[in-house]
Design a protein around this ligand. Structure first.
Ligand code: AMP
Ligand code: GLY
Length: 435
């Protein structure tokens, strides 16, 4: 079979490595892919994940048998709708269903209408009205841009002046472009956060192993929000009882709500949950696999990923037994110094002191994976940095403590100027596990 994966980050690399385990996956193309993904797939750097026309043309010309659209933008832009229109089976929601992530106003409205627990909120399309409302509000409060903003469109305001500044940044300065035409102002919730990714064909749902992201750039959760500096799975706060409650009060009601709205969700639905003193509530939905959650969740999947994805596409997920490994996984992100603000690119990457190349010689040992995110091939075939999050090192082991030790140890094998990593990934989870 010829497979196509749309996207080019660590999440896509993890998906591709898992798809490769199926011997039927003869050829995998990644659009655009990245430098390191080239060791596992044919990358086409000239076709970006938002170039929907070119993606569709490529898929047709190359006789693609199955496509996985992994990134939010192409999903929101209707990549799956377009591939379906030319008869190519896909994993991923259509544009109508992808609104669950693409518009926070849509997602909040859905939760309100169908009684799915979430933070109380108001929507504004006029900055003056938003500011008038904020003058009388209690703090802290959360101000969110309506549309996609690379995970950066959420500002927590401690007082009126911070909230006013947030409204100006989003609605007047348009820091996130048209994503800030409307805002959601919502109640500040507290409690541990859990990411639950779930396979769903619109009716059946198979939650994956739970995970915990570390979104802030600095240790002890300080500094700016990033795309995620590391993850662990499973998340110790997500007990079996909590999983049952979430299934009944959040997961199944969300699927039913999407069906009732005429946009059944098929693909990977990501539930960003906060376990508040009043019970679990939805912080956000994503219409795709999380990054870097995927890098700890998929290594624990025992069932063949392509088979699961085909069952989602065919509406037969309910007939499939999906199995997971016991044990734990940890992923540590190696970032460019300065990320998520200014950072330099083009730094040579080394593996055990020699130039790193996308070849088997530069694979880590068993129970370890290096998922490339922000790198590209230099003319001499070696890898150089090209993004803020350069790669994620994942280890799986019987316990979280062992997985963390192995991931940090392996992270030493990779070098580049300005390499930055958080040293406290998984510490909160370990405290919760071990007391
Ligand atoms: P989001 O992009 O919506 O996941 O928000 C990014 C981060 O902001 C979340 O992971 C939370 O840590 C925080 N956050 C978002 N909404 C709220 C809320 N209502 N209360 C408290 N924290 C929030
Ligand atoms: N790690 C958070 C996300 O993928 O949105």
């Amino acid at each position: 079979m010829k497979l196509l994966v749309v996207g080019g980050g660590g999440r896509e690399h993890a998906i591709i490595q898992k798809l490769r385990e199926n011997p039927a996956a003869e050829e995998i193309y990644a659009l655009p892919g990245n430098g390191g993904i080239a060791m596992d797939a044919v990358c086409v750097p000239s076709i970006g994940a938002k170039d929907i026309d070119k993606i569709v043309e490529f898929a047709q010309a190359h006789g693609i048998d199955f496509a996985v659209v992994a990134q939010d933008d192409p999903l929101a832009l209707g990549c799956v709708d377009r591939l379906h229109a030319i008869g190519i089976p896909c994993f991923g929601p259509d544009a109508k269903a992808a609104r669950i992530e693409g518009s926070k106003v849509f997602a909040k409205g859905l939760m309100k209408k169908y009684n799915i627990p979430t933070a109380r909120y108001e929507v504004f399309s006029d900055p003056a009205q938003a500011i008038a409302y904020l003058r009388g509000a209690g703090f802290p409060l959360v101000v969110k841009a309506d549309g996609l903003a690379l995970g950066k469109g959420v500002l927590i305001a401690q007082d009126f002046s911070e909230a006013e500044a947030a409204v100006k940044t989003i609605m007047e300065d348009k820091a996130f472009g048209d994503s800030g035409n409307r805002i959601v102002v919502e109640e500040f919730l507290t409690g541990p956060e859990v990411s639950v990714l779930a396979f769903t064909d619109g009716t059946a749902i198979v939650p994956m192993v739970s995970s915990m992201d570390h979104k802030r750039a600095g240790e002890n959760d300080t500094g700016l929000n990033t795309g995620g500096m590391g993850t662990v799975a499973p998340n110790p706060y997500y007990t079996e009882d909590m999983a049952k409650t979430c299934m009944e009060t959040i997961f199944l009601p969300t699927l039913a709500a999407m069906r009732a709205e005429g946009c059944p969700f098929r693909g990977c639905l990501y539930f960003g949950l906060m376990l508040t003193p009043e019970g679990p509530k939805v912080i956000e939905y994503n219409c795709r696999f999380g990054d870097p959650e995927t890098q700890v969740v998929l290594p624990l999947l025992k069932t063949d990923l392509l088979t699961v994805m085909q069952a989602v596409e065919n509406g037969t997920l309910g007939d499939l037994q999906v199995e997971w490994s016991d044990g734990a996984a940890a992923c540590v992100i190696l970032a460019s110094g300065g990320y998520p603000e200014h950072y330099e690119k083009g730094k040579a990457i080394t593996f055990r002191g020699r130039p790193m190349t996308p070849t088997p010689a530069c694979r880590l040992g068993s129970g370890l994976a290096c998922y490339h995110a922000g790198d590209k091939l230099a003319e001499d075939g070696s890898l150089v940095t090209s993004g803020g999050r350069v790669m994620g090192i994942t280890a799986t082991a019987p316990t979280l403590r062992e997985a963390l030790a192995a991931a940090y140890q392996a992270a030493e094998d990779i070098g580049f100027e300005g390499k930055y990593l958080r040293r406290d990934i998984g510490q909160r989870a370990l405290r919760a596990l071990e007391g």
